[in-house]
Design a protein around this ligand. Sequence first.
Ligand code: ATP
Length: 240
Amino acid sequence: MGLLSVAALDVRYGQFRAVRGVSLDIARGEVVALIGANGAGKTTFLRAVAGAVPVAGGTVRLDGRDVTDLPAQARVAAGLALVPEGRKLFADMTVEENLALGATVGRAGDWTMERVFATFPNLVKRRHARCGHLSGGEQQATAIGRALMSNPDVLILDEVSLGLSPLVVDQVYASLEGLMASGATIVLVEQALARAMAVASRAVCMLEGEIVLDKPMADTSREEITAAHFGLGRSKGARA
Ligand code: ATP
């Protein structure tokens, strides 16, 4: 069993099944790119894994432990940290105060505030600035830093590039490179396929709430991922 093991996960919004029986096993040290069109269910899946939306069925296990019924904060304490789409920082609090929040779960590990500042040097001068006054790139770095401060076993990044200029996206990913090389386990949603292919060791593609492609990045291609993204060649009709 993987470090993160999801089995037959179902998430519903009323009658609508946004995530349909998704199973995914992620080993320690994998960097998984979750790919798919708008509305494919990526964010819903990740939020369900992190405990931010209730599940209608299935299980989430972290290092063998069933965390399916734990609230989000308890999952952070168990080692699962989500950087949500839109960052969700406390705008009136400073960078340092937001980072300190990440440490409140009390997990042991190597991440300190100084290490976050070393990883994201653009934050050093802004450490006492309120997050509401930061640029998009600085906010994203703070959001990732806050997650890292909980010393997660699994880091989930939902569209870290959203709303950032290409230059700033480059900077954010350059900062993440060391983290990825250090053997961290990461699941990331990235709309820019070239970037997803460059950073991830595995491609998982979702379409209409299901996984339609799951391969080591080295064994797939831009064409295959694009076809899965659009559902080309997929037979319809077997849906619940
Ligand atoms: P995006 O890239 O646009 O974020 P996504 O792959 O992350 O897309 P989700 O945001 O998970 O997809 O949405 C999956 C489906 O669930 C979509 O059809 C969406 O309209 C629907 N959905 C998402 N959130 C809610 C909600 N709170 N209530 C009802 N339906 C929702």
